[in-house]
Design a protein around this ligand. Structure first.
Ligand SMILES: [Fe+2]
Length: 182
């Protein structure tokens, strides 16, 4: 059985996680192929978001757009698959369009993962993805049992402000013309 919230909080504090996990960095949606722009418009209609970046994620065979409310608020990332074989489209076929993960900025990802593994948290990969040279390190937990979404831990280096390792993305312009070429 899960311990209660105050027991968990005490345990997190005791393990030093209060100081290592800084803030919500981004929220990532996965939506049906062809519905990324509609999803962004829906969100932007409710909250004054602006689009600031779009790129192709090669490993997922998907296009990802990022919208922001302001400089400091968590970014909202919306991905759609480029074809039926895309991991994003397969996910959406199974679960519907929805939030895929919540990403939290951390200070020392190795330390966080080491502590969390000891505490029984399981991850989708054995190793942390990315490197300091690439500007980003990240890892994903297994989905939560209650809401079936993933928690990502992310650490950035230098002025890198992306969401995936650079080797993993193709930069896109925002215009549909360029999007067609991707
Ligand atoms: Fe992410």
């Amino acid at each position: 059985m899960m311990p209660n919230l105050s027991e968990i909080k005490d345990d997190m504090t005791k393990n030093g996680l209060d100081d290592l996990i800084i803030k919500l960095d981004h929220i990532a949606y996965r939506v049906k192929k062809g519905e990324r722009v509609k999803a962004m418009a829906e969100l932007a209609n409710a909250v004054p978001y602006y689009e600031f970046k779009s790129f192709k994620v090669i490993s997922m065979n998907a296009i990802t757009s990022c919208i922001k409310l302001d400089k400091t608020s968590p970014v909202v990332v919306v991905s759609e698959g480029l074809d039926e074989d895309s991991i994003v489209e397969k996910y959406v076929k199974k679960h519907g369009g929805r939030i895929h993960h919540l990403a939290y900025l951390v200070k020392d990802i190795e330390k966080v993962v080491e502590i969390q593994k000891k505490r029984g948290i399981t991850f989708t990969t054995d190793e942390i993805i990315g490197s300091e040279e690439e500007g980003i390190k990240q890892i994903f937990t297994m989905p939560t049992q209650t809401a079936n979404h993933i928690i990502e831990y992310i650490q950035r280096f230098g002025d890198f402000d992306g969401f995936f390792t650079p080797s993993n993305i193709g930069v896109l312009m925002k215009s549909t013309e360029k999007l067609g070429e991707a």
